[in-house]
Design a protein around this ligand. Structure first.
Ligand SMILES: Cc1ncc(COP(=O)(O)O)c(C=O)c1O
Length: 445
């Protein structure tokens, strides 16, 4: 549950005199965070200057609440959500791991694009400016520079371009795990058949594939480790930075499918040393379907020659005469032909609206929603995967008898989730609330 400034004022004013447990449970504070072993505000990512802790637990908790109030922007207010995502008030939408709900600004931009098109109002320069703006936003959102980003139709086409552009000397191998969505294993199976590298599949256990199990498969012939930053079904969040280190130590590439993380996760792909990543606007980025992108770090840009090269991936694009073309010196060399301009017009506005909420607040709000959901489900005796703070994501995978039937039935009441591997998958974003989670859990009792 996100503690909003206005609600906090009310909570603090109204609940000081009630019992600790009622107060804390209304605020949904995690008491374990404040154990004696974990006493400093810096452990929660709050400014260290605000560290005048009280002597007892009760005053520490009040202080924590007040610090949250000071540092958490009141941007994710009911008004912000209502204004930007008006349809959310008409349903309980907890299915962002399938597709997110685009903000009104995205819909308006797409309509405007089409209006402009039928009235011949947009020049080639306008379009190029719009795409450059989007690349800047992607860099701001996920790290690196705009030169590290290119626009591709979806995650699968991004992964495919790299899978076919990497060289596979005899004896080489590719490592991935059995939790991957098909978008991140079909291309590698195909590459294995075409060029011969061995495909090494790390076997997961209880929804998780540990770093150590990857390390056991990586050797000096590993060319690629392909990993989703967050797994679509088991919902396990991988420490991709540590995995990047392991594959770099043998000279291979870390290729990451980031579709299930970017948007809610505070991530910097450059700092995490990811070589190549691919994603899509349709889920946590709250954008249109068919607007994908790739991230390519400098070394991968310099060393990989696109196996598929098209007129959008070469320099002097607006010179239509015949001459020997060279790939662009940036990640856009992985673009092939005309992109979905209407889709990217929408995506640009989706990002702008979403990024009004700082990354840290988005992650915190989404994770708090999921933590609250896990807590409520376990109170009801329902079990979900729980990988601990470092490996949990805001997607909750819950073991439920007749999950398909239950999901169909709740969808008739406009409570939207999905089913993966026979389990109910619930995926709240920053814009969801504790009340919506309560509504779902009450229905699952
Ligand atoms: C982890 C993951 N990767 C990729 C996709 C989709 O791939 P694409 O963008 O190619 O449609 C999904 C879900 O649709 C997914 O969950």
């Amino acid at each position: 549950m996100l503690l909003r400034a206005s609600e906090l004022v009310l909570e603090i004013a109204g609940e000081r005199s009630s019992s600790d447990s009622a107060f804390f449970s209304r605020l949904n504070l995690d008491l374990s965070l404040l154990s004696k072993d974990n006493p400093s505000p810096k452990d929660y990512g709050y400014p260290t200057s605000l560290k005048s802790w009280g002597d007892n637990l009760r005053s520490e908790l009040y202080l924590l609440v007040q610090i949250r109030w000071l540092v958490m922007p009141d941007i994710i207010s009911h008004e912000f959500i209502q204004q930007n995502f008006p349809t959310l008030s008409q349903m309980t939408y907890l299915n962002n791991a399938s597709t997110g709900i685009p903000p009104a600004s995205c819909i308006d931009a797409m309509k405007q694009y089409l209006e402009d098109r039928i009235n011949v109002r947009r020049s080639v320069e306008d379009i190029e400016k719009q795409l450059e703006e989007l690349l800047e936003l992607l860099a701001k959102l996920q790290g690196g520079k705009k030169e590290h980003y290119g626009l591709v139709p979806n995650t699968s086409s991004g992964i495919n371009s790299f899978a076919h552009s990497i060289e596979y000397p005899e004896g080489s191998n590719i490592v991935l795990c059995d939790l991957e969505f098909p978008a991140n294993y079909v291309p590698w199976q195909n590459v294995s058949r075409h060029y011969g590298p061995e495909l090494r599949v790390v076997r997961s256990k209880d929804g998780a594939a540990s770093l150590d199990s990857f390390k056991e498969q990586i050797d000096e012939d590993t060319r690629v480790v392909a990993i989703s930053q967050v797994q679509f079904s088991s919902v396990y969040r991988m420490n991709i930075g540590a995995l990047a280190e392991a594959v770099h130590s043998v000279g291979g590439f870390l290729v990451s499918d980031v579709i299930q993380s970017i948007g809610w996760a505070e991530t910097d792909l450059e700092k995490e040393n990811v070589d190549i990543a691919a994603g899509h606007a349709a889920k946590w980025l709250l954008g249109p379907i068919g607007a994908g992108y790739v991230y390519v770090n400098k070394e991968a840009i310099d060393t990989l020659t696109p196996r598929f090269l098209g007129w959008w991936g070469v320099s002097k694009m607006d010179d239509y005469s015949y001459f020997e073309r060279e790939p662009l010196p940036n990640a856009r060399k992985f673009e092939i032909g005309s992109p979905s301009l209407v889709g990217y017009a929408g995506m640009t506005e989706s990002l702008k609206t979403m990024m009004e909420v700082p990354a840290r607040s988005r992650e915190q709000a989404a994770m708090e929603n999921a933590d609250y959901l896990r807590k409520r489900l376990s109170e009801e005796g329902l079990s979900c995967y729980d990988f601990g703070k470092k490996n949990n994501s805001p997607i909750v995978s819950c073991a439920l008898k007749d999950a398909e039937e239950v999901n169909k039935s709740i969808s008739k009441e406009k409570i939207y989730c999905s089913v993966r591997d026979g389990r109910l998958r619930v995926s709240p974003h920053f814009y969801n609330t504790a009340e919506e989670i309560d509504r779902l859990v009450d229905r699952l009792r």
